[in-house]
Every structure is written in structure tokens, then in C-alpha cells.
Design a protein around this ligand. Structure first.
Ligand SMILES: *[C@@H]1O[C@H](CO)[C@@H](O)[C@H](O)[C@H]1NC(C)=O
Ligand SMILES: *[C@@H]1O[C@H](CO)[C@@H](O)[C@H](O)[C@H]1NC(C)=O
Ligand SMILES: *[C@@H]1O[C@H](CO)[C@@H](O)[C@H](O)[C@H]1NC(C)=O
Ligand SMILES: *[C@@H]1O[C@H](CO)[C@@H](O)[C@H](O)[C@H]1NC(C)=O
Length: 240
């Protein structure tokens, strides 16, 4: 009996601490790119908890810790704690935010943790296009996820083989994808579109790029316009 008692005490305490804290969370959460998201762990307990510490951790990122009582949390993250739940708000999710997050709770009688595996949907990115040089036209999609290629068309004619595409990885896990099309004949309209190999479909709408061999990029035109209006304005002031 003298043996059994310590053993029983250990057994009871561990059971007791395990039974005390119940954390409930959805194991997987798919979030939309750049759309504010809240991860939540619900706490239930038959008796009031004497909470010592609550925080969020991220798997494989030693430095990641979000603590509701701290002012020094990872940028873009906010965490809150109430008696019923622990939340982690990701203000602007990017592919770099994917991974497993753990909500952790420590009480005077034990501790508990649950993980939420976060995956991210596609980031459609932003298009920019310009004339890159003589007989060249360039099209870029910035902040795209997952990786993709750019296809070129003149109406139904596939011109992709006459183009060169480069892909740069940003620190947020998105890609900047740029393609330069070599133009042999002076046609008026080219279409560049972002094609996802992974999903087998177009991620971003097809956009028509007007090309005129003798014109300058539109940004330069608008600057010139502004300049002439400024000159007219000053001339009027001067002659008044
Ligand atoms: C946590 O609680 C909220 C509201 O009380 C509920 O909407 C949500 O589904 C709960 N989550 C889980 C994993 O049970
Ligand atoms: C978290 O709590 C703080 C202060 O208690 C509050 O200002 C903030 O709006 C809360 N954030 C969320 C996402 O609930
Ligand atoms: C999260 O999900 C990914 C892909 O679904 C999987 O490879 C990974 O092991 C999961 N991590 C955890 C902690 O469940
Ligand atoms: C991707 O494009 C954005 C917007 O033009 C730019 O700020 C960023 O530096 C680019 N990233 C890389 C890796 O070149």
C-alpha cells in the first residue's frame, strides 16, 4: 500500500490536469490571401481555471510568439484571451503565414495546447504592363500565389513561345512573374494571361495590351499632359 499511494497520486494529478482544460479548435483552416482572419481555440472547463499564461506559437518558427499581455508581438498578428477563448488575428495573410499554429494555455494545475493548420488560397496579384523596348512588350503580375506562367495571345494565336518569363520570390511567399514578348509584326492588341500550372486554369483575367510601335508608354504621356497644363496655368497667371 505504501508503494501504491505515490503512484496513485501521480496518476490522479496527471489525469486531473488533463481533464481540467479542454481546448477546441478546427484542425485545418483555409484562409483567403490578404483577408483578415481569426484563428480561435475555445476553452471549456468544469471548474474555473487559474490561468498562469496563454500564448500562441508557430511550428518551425522558434521566434514566433503571440502573447495577449505583450506589446511586442509579431507584426501583423494580434492575439486576445477571454475566459472562453483564445484568438489569433492575422491582419493580412500571405503565403508566408501558412503553417501550424498552437494555442497554448498554462494553469496552476496543468497545461494544454491545440494546433490549427493554416493553408492559404490563391493570391491573384496585380497586373502592370508596359512597352519594354523596341519590338518588345512586357507584362507583370506581382504578388501572385501559387506560382504560375504567363501566356501570350493575339486573338486565338498562341505567341507564348516568343516570350521569356521570369519569376521572383518575395519575402511574403508570393511571386512576381514577368514576361517579355518579342514582337515581329506590328499588331495592335496582345493579351497576356496568368496560367496556373498547379490548378490548370487562368488565375488572372486576360488583359489586352495595346501596342503601337510609334508611341511611348502611357505613363510618359500622362506626365507630358500634366506638364503642359501646368505651363498653360502659369502662362495665364503671368499674362494676367
Ligand atoms: C468556438 O466558439 C464559437 C462561438 O462561441 C463557435 O462559433 C465556434 O464554432 C467554436 N469553435 C469550435 C472549434 O468549436
Ligand atoms: C483584442 O482586445 C483589445 C483590448 O482588449 C481590443 O482593443 C481589440 O479590439 C481586440 N481584438 C480583437 C481582434 O478582438
Ligand atoms: C498541415 O498540413 C500540411 C498539408 O496539408 C501537412 O503536410 C502538415 O503535416 C500539417 N501539419 C500539422 C501540424 O498537422
Ligand atoms: C515585386 O514587385 C513589387 C511591386 O512592384 C516590388 O515592390 C517588389 O520589390 C518586387 N519583388 C521582387 C523580389 O523583385
Amino acid at each position: 500500500m505504501l508503494f501504491v499511494t505515490p503512484f496513485l497520486i501521480i496518476l490522479l494529478t496527471s489525469d486531473y490536469s488533463k481533464g481540467e482544460i479542454h481546448l477546441h479548435a478546427f484542425k485545418h483552416q483555409r484562409v483567403n490571401c490578404n483577408e483578415k482572419t481569426v484563428l480561435q481555440c475555445n476553452i471549456s472547463s468544469p471548474t474555473p481555471l487559474n490561468v498562469v499564461q496563454v500564448f500562441w506559437r508557430k511550428q518551425d518558427e522558434e521566434d514566433f510568439k503571440c502573447d495577449p499581455t505583450s506589446d511586442n508581438n509579431p507584426p501583423g498578428f494580434e492575439c486576445n484571451y477571454t475566459e472562453k477563448s483564445l484568438t489569433l488575428t492575422i491582419s493580412n495573410p500571405t503565403p508566408a503565414n501558412m503553417g501550424a499554429y498552437f494555442c497554448c494555455i498554462k494553469t496552476d494545475s496543468g497545461h494544454g495546447a491545440k494546433h490549427i493548420n493554416v493553408s492559404i488560397g490563391e493570391c491573384t496579384g496585380e497586373l502592370s504592363n508596359q512597352i519594354a523596348g523596341p519590338n518588345q512588350i512586357q507584362c507583370s503580375f506581382n504578388s501572385v500565389y501559387p506560382g504560375a506562367v504567363i501566356n501570350w495571345f493575339h486573338y486565338d494565336k498562341d505567341l507564348t513561345s516568343k516570350s521569356t518569363t521570369t519569376s521572383l520570390l518575395n519575402s511574403d511567399g508570393t511571386f512576381n512573374i514577368t514576361s517579355v514578348l518579342n514582337i515581329q509584326d506590328d499588331k495592335k492588341k496582345y493579351t497576356c494571361s496568368l496560367w496556373s500550372l498547379e490548378q490548370g486554369r487562368y488565375l488572372n483575367q486576360e488583359i489586352e495590351v495595346p501596342y503601337h510601335a510609334d508611341s511611348s508608354p502611357s505613363s510618359r504621356i500622362s506626365t507630358q499632359h500634366r506638364l503642359s497644363w501646368t505651363l498653360i496655368f502659369f502662362s495665364l497667371m503671368y499674362f494676367d
